[in-house]
Design a protein around this ligand. Structure first.
Ligand code: FUL
Length: 473
């Protein structure tokens, strides 16, 4: 009889879809909250503002895209429509859009300009389309509104090239007497799948999980395999924001562990549901002059990066443009220094061209040396008894190192449950760190030390173990 309980074997067999892998590989993306709220100095507009207020005189999405690219980002998600219902593209299905403003004589299209700018800059492009719509008269009617929403989705998913992500949030601030709309989530999802099969449906959707707060942190152990019910839209909506003045700052203390053995033991359906951390560079999601002094400093942004991208989650950092359509100098300078810092931090992988050995591998095609081949399909795979496996990295000389980057070959699932990292100091192995989740990426930071050898020990796994990244900086 196998030593692994069935529920562990089941968890070990859950793998990501290709679209989830592609999404995960984007790692760090920009969120752009821009719309009517930008001009009314608000966060949640009521849907009754004059379209003429929308007038971003100096809008040039190429400048946004260039800045985000220089900041180390790989994609951009634009709020095509926020809760107030004002559309940044000339939708055929409502007049509450750019076409009713005198901006560019009603011929402007922010979504079009932004998607073209992203394409040119080599960024992926995604859309946020708020299901909650405070302007649309059919909102609350049920089917009529669902059809309206699907028409808008269709416009966005057919006219603007490849979309890598559709970001749906569950926020709704309708009070007890407000209009309640029964969203046809399943209908939305199948339409997205039909029109853009590669697009990840995030947050109120089956592909990507919200980390549970808006302050830029994820869990210490951010499992990608979690009980299926975490992806149920009723649950996600019920936990979403209902009050504009109270953005969720902390992860619900009862939801700090989603995927350990304890959480999955009695669960009959599991899902690959990786986490995303969304946070604004400023206090608000939209631009407010009064937030100009709340721009997060570089050190904070770098911590957020290491605690998300470095902890098996993607980072979606919001940068809200000003009413003239440009990005404030403070945000711009901080972002540029973040891009430069990332370049410095990951300037040269000193593990390249070095030697990796192991005490256990499945076959000759999966020895530790395969980790060093620059191809995500080359990886180390444990043989029998993965617990206690060791991989030794020999840098062939001593270097000053302060970061090790590890990654599992997630295409074969998430397996590692506990690991330890050692460095050889004065001929003795010294433990640098212990951890649980590695997943797609785990960055371990420590005080700089002069080292030639590192050793990774796999203490516990689900059914086997893989490593596809072991880098030193
Ligand atoms: C929330 C919204 O209510 C906020 O305004 C913002 O768009 C955030 C990203 O999602 O649910």
């Amino acid at each position: 009889m196998s030593k692994y309980p069935d529920y562990v074997k089941y968890a070990a067999s859950v793998v990501p879809s290709e679209r989830q892998i592609k999404w995960q590989e984007t790692e760090f993306n920009a969120f752009v909250h821009f719309g009517m709220n930008t001009f009314t100095d608000s966060e949640w507009g009521n849907g009754n503002d004059d379209p003429d207020l929308f007038n971003p005189e100096k809008l040039n999405c190429r400048k946004w895209a260039k800045l985000f690219k220089l900041s180390g980002m790989n994609g951009l998600i634009l709020t095509a429509k926020h809760h107030d219902g004002f559309c940044l593209w000339p939708s055929k299905y409502t007049d509450y859009s750019v076409k009713s403003s005198s901006w560019r004589d009603g011929k402007g299209d922010v979504v079009g300009e932004c998607s073209a700018a992203c394409k040119d800059a080599g960024l992926k492009f995604g859309i946020y389309l708020s299901p909650w719509d405070r302007h649309e008269a059919s909102y609350g009617s049920g089917e009529e509104y669902n059809n309206f929403y699907k028409h808008q989705l269709t416009e966005l998913l057919t006219n603007y090239g490849e979309i890598f992500c559709v970001w749906l949030d569950g926020a709704c601030g309708e009070g007890p007497n407000g209009k309640k709309q029964e969203y046809d989530w399943d209908g939305y999802f199948s339409l997205i799948r039909e029109l853009q099969p590669e697009a990840a449906i995030c947050i109120c959707g089956p592909d990507v999980r919200w980390c549970g707060n808006e302050s830029g942190v994820c869990r210490k152990s951010e499992w990608s395999v979690v009980p299926y019910y975490h992806s149920k839209y009723e649950l996600i909506s019920s936990e979403s924001q209902t009050d504009v003045s109270r953005p969720p700052k902390k992860i619900n203390p009862t939801a700090l562990d989603l995927g350990s053995r304890k959480q999955i033991r009695n669960c009959n359906k599991l899902i690959w549901y990786p986490a995303e951390v969304d946070v604004s560079i400023r206090k608000g999601w939209f631009y407010h002059t009064s937030d100009d002094y709340s721009v997060k400093p570089l050190t904070k942004l770098m911590d957020i990066y290491y605690n998300s991208v470095g902890a098996n989650a993607n980072l979606l950092l919001n940068i809200p443009p000003m009413p003239d359509g440009t990005i404030n100098e403070r945000d711009m300078n901080t972002l540029l220094s973040m891009g430069a810092q990332l370049e410095i931090d990951f300037n040269e992988n000193l593990a390249e061209g070095s030697v990796m050995t192991d005490n256990n591998h499945a076959d000759d095609a999966h020895t530790a040396q395969h980790i060093l081949i620059n191809d995500s399909e080359e990886y180390w795979l444990s043989g029998d008894k993965p617990e206690g496996s060791e991989i030794v990295l020999d840098l062939c000389d001593e270097y000053d190192i302060d970061k090790i980057v590890l990654g599992e070959h997630i295409r074969t699932g998430q397996q590692i449950e506990s690991f330890s990292l050692y460095a050889k100091i004065n001929n003795k192995w010294k433990k640098i760190d212990d951890g649980t989740v590695i997943g797609y990426k785990r960055i371990i930071r420590f005080k700089e030390m002069r080292v030639r050898y590192f050793k990774l020990v796999i203490n516990e796994t689900r059914c086997f173990a893989t490593i596809s990244k072991f880098e030193a900086y």
